[in-house]
Ligand binder design. Structure first.
Ligand code: F0G
Length: 365
């Protein structure tokens, strides 16, 4: 009989700090882990793609949002707020709508992809556009939620990372053990922190950023942890440079961040896993986005393609040993930002008369 995935809280309840509060879920998680043969051929290793764009609002943010909104609603909050480059706000707006709560989203003006902005609007969030970047928005949101009875649902809310760690559980559950390398894009650095927490927890290691010690006594599920490889956009690569970037710039607007909130944890993930955090150019990001769409059949937004771009560059530089099992997380759906994906492409096909002859001629058949 078909089993309906119940959302990450119900599926992984024993590993999450949940009590008896009503669960706010849209059925997030349970996303496909797709073997990517043509990428594997290019890299000389076994490459799998974790498709987080398949989540209810089209990005991985839903995993954390179900936890954060469940918690703050359970504590009586009536209004949520977040700063965002677009996906967090889309997710917060949707979960707030589902829970019947108000939602304020603080966004960098003119730097949000159209699909994400549409999501915040249709879900009824109150939009505040800031003449500044994401880092300014996050500062304002922290101050706002300190001063007013408004609950913060950015990833500095520790329940967000608790929800997001379930993606690592799913990878291990699907593969039977942890991969050798896990590759993902890095912006505010919450997700790399959450994956590392999940992988450590499943391997029976104590978690650092965790607010939940209930899993400490549980049997290990995996025999190892992967090396964590993070990639930032070259124009917004504070973790690579080792200092904040005051004016971050990249075509991958989702990771246009100069001073990541989870900086310290991301560096810990990198160092404890013997991994790396490196940067990729906008050009390579767009090329990887196009390649993934054309050769694997997966359409992701530019930020997500940073993981693929980074892996391709590492392979090119001879930094990927043969026969590794590698998982790349692609974080958000390509439909969120069609404008960037279509830049420089022919999008006005010649219009033909409605006949087979004209269609076959147009196709060169
Ligand atoms: N990929 C996408 C599609 C994102 O939206 C983000 C972050 C990241 C990667 C980076 O993840 O911040 O955990 O390192 N988006 C946030 C937002 C900042 O507001 O939607 P991270």
């Amino acid at each position: 009989m078909a089993h309906q995935w119940r959302g990450v809280i119900a599926e992984y309840r024993d590993r999450l700090p949940i009590e008896d509060e009503p669960i706010i879920t849209l059925g997030e998680g349970g996303t496909p882990l797709v073997p990517a043969q043509r990428l594997s051929d290019r890299i000389g290793s076994e490459v799998w793609v974790k498709m987080e764009g398949v989540n209810p609002t089209g990005s991985f943010k839903d995993r954390g949002m179900t936890m954060a909104v469940t918690k703050v609603a359970g504590q009586g909050a009536e209004m949520l707020a977040c700063a965002s480059t677009g996906n967090t706000s889309a997710s917060a707006a949707a979960y707030a709508a589902h829970a019947g709560l108000g939602c304020a989203v603080i966004l960098p003006a003119g730097k949000i992809a159209a699909g994400k902005l549409a999501q915040a609007i249709v879900h009824g969030a109150q939009l505040v556009a800031v003449d500044g970047n994401f880092d300014d928005c996050l500062r304002i949101t922290r101050e706002l939620t300190d001063a007013y009875p408004v609950a913060l649902v950015n990833s500095i809310n520790p329940f967000r990372l608790q929800g997001q760690k379930t993606a690592a559980f799913e990878v291990v559950d699907a593969l039977g053990d942890a991969p050798d390398i896990h590759v993902l894009p890095v912006g505010n650095a919450g997700n790399i922190t959450a994956y590392w927490m999940g992988y450590r927890e499943y391997a029976g290691m104590t978690t650092l950023a965790s607010v939940d010690e209930s899993a400490a006594h549980m049997e290990p599920v995996s025999t190892k942890v992967p090396k964590m490889w993070g990639f930032q956009a070259a124009g917004a690569a504070p973790l690579v440079l080792g200092e904040p970037v005051s004016d971050p710039e990249t075509v991958a607007t989702a990771i246009r961040i100069g001073n990541p909130a989870s900086w310290k944890y991301a560096i810990e993930a990198r160092d404890e896993s013997s991994g790396q955090i490196d940067k990729v150019s906008d050009e390579d990001i767009l090329a990887a986005q196009a390649l993934l769409a054309a050769e694997v059949g997966i359409f992701v937004e530019p930020a997500s393609a940073a993981s693929i771009a980074g892996l391709l560059a590492a392979a090119e530089a001879g930094k990927v040993a043969e026969g590794q099992k590698i998982v790349c997380t692609v974080t958000g759906h390509g439909l969120k930002d069609t404008e960037t994906a279509l830049t420089g492409r022919e999008i006005d096909p010649t219009v033909i008369e409605p006949s087979l002859a004209a269609a076959s001629e147009a196709l060169g058949l």
